[in-house]
Design a protein around this ligand. Sequence first.
Ligand code: ADP
Length: 458
Amino acid sequence: MEIRTKLTYQFSAIVAFILLVSFLSVYISFSQARKEEFYNRLSNKAKMVAQMLIDIDEIDMDLLKRIEKNNPLSLANEKIIIYDYNNKKIYSTDYDDVIKISEKYINQIRLEQSIRFGQNPYEVVGEFYIGQSARIVVFAAATDIFGMNKMKRLRFILGMVFMVSLAIVFLAGRLFAVRALYPMSVIVRQVNKIGISNLHARVNEGNGKDEIALLAKTFNTVLGRIETAFKTQKSFIANASHELRTPLTVITGQIEVILMKARTNDEYREILQLVLSEIKDLNMISNKLLLLAQASSDPSDISYSVFRIDDLLWQAQNELQLRSPEFVINIRFDESVDDDEKMLVFGNEILIKTAIVNLMENACKYSSGNPVEVVLECSDETVKMHFIDKGIGIEEQDLKMIFEPFFRSKNAVNFQGHGIGLSVVEKITQLHKGKIEVSSSVGMGSEFILSIPIHKNR
Ligand code: ADP
């Protein structure tokens, strides 16, 4: 069911309930007032007739009947019945015997002085009257035609007012709900128009204050994030294909050139060497891209274990020096490293080693053979690895960008690389709830600090 319809029904139901309760209380109090008034009149009548019969000697029963018959003040269908001290009926104008009075009622009146009850369509009042010469019980009964008609009319008026009010409330509620939800429909229409081709479009934030404006604002924020992610994705794909295409173009070119005519063995060897190096480069790029994908995956898809971080530092140093013997990497333990427990890390060993190798390799690569220092520092919460080089450094404005995939500083173009390593490091760090910081000054060198929470702390 649409919200506007639901709101209209709920609104109408609430108003209907309130109207019903108020009308019912009006009706009930009117009905009680009518009854009270009619019983009082009956009671007065009973007392008056009893007084006339008992206390006025000149009036006997026949005279009283005649007086009552012609009394213009008599009530509609009025019946008067009188019983003596022996419960014997001594007077009655109920000629058809329609009012049924049992002895129980008469005795009850003697105890309680007065009773009131209904005998459809009559209302009956019984009074105990003590006169100068007798003690009698008088019943007066009549139908309140006038009062009943008034009640009927009241019922009709209240019923009509209820129906008309309900119809008005339903229409007003509908109008109100449609108007209140109109901005929502506008937003839905605007959102439906937003697609991949116009992700820059935003929905109207209206007055910027109410809940709907807040919804629009939140939607715009999410849209902004999606747009950024989409752009990043797009540029990532463009960069990745560019990086993969370059070595492929070189390989194709070389092979085409060599196939143009017959070549000497040395020429073939030279070209094959070149092709091999391009293939190695290609292999490296695809490996790094795979790593980036792996490090960006869901943490629950990655296997974790507990290991010593210093072991990884030694392994990374060995690996790099085997690959590039000219790299000089000095590993030093800070004095804070006083407990083996503090070097235990819970994470993915292969990924953390990859991050360490990348940072060590960058430090060596960008410092052109200058020795690189790696310092291990421990605390009760984290292990910190400092990778310090005295290389080319990074310009201030590039510091924010170096973790973006494929970003390379201008001063790094003469060094081999593809700009993927640091984004892999950042993803691995995030995966392990760690932190990567960098400080650098151009021409002086750089320091990268990788912090990983220790096992105890996770
Ligand atoms: P690559 O080294 O393959 O270019 P990275 O993602 O590892 O890719 O590094 C991104 C950029 O950050 C590098 O191109 C370089 O400009 C800069 N950079 C990273 N490490 C250093 C460093 N130790 N000294 C100077 N510049 C660095």
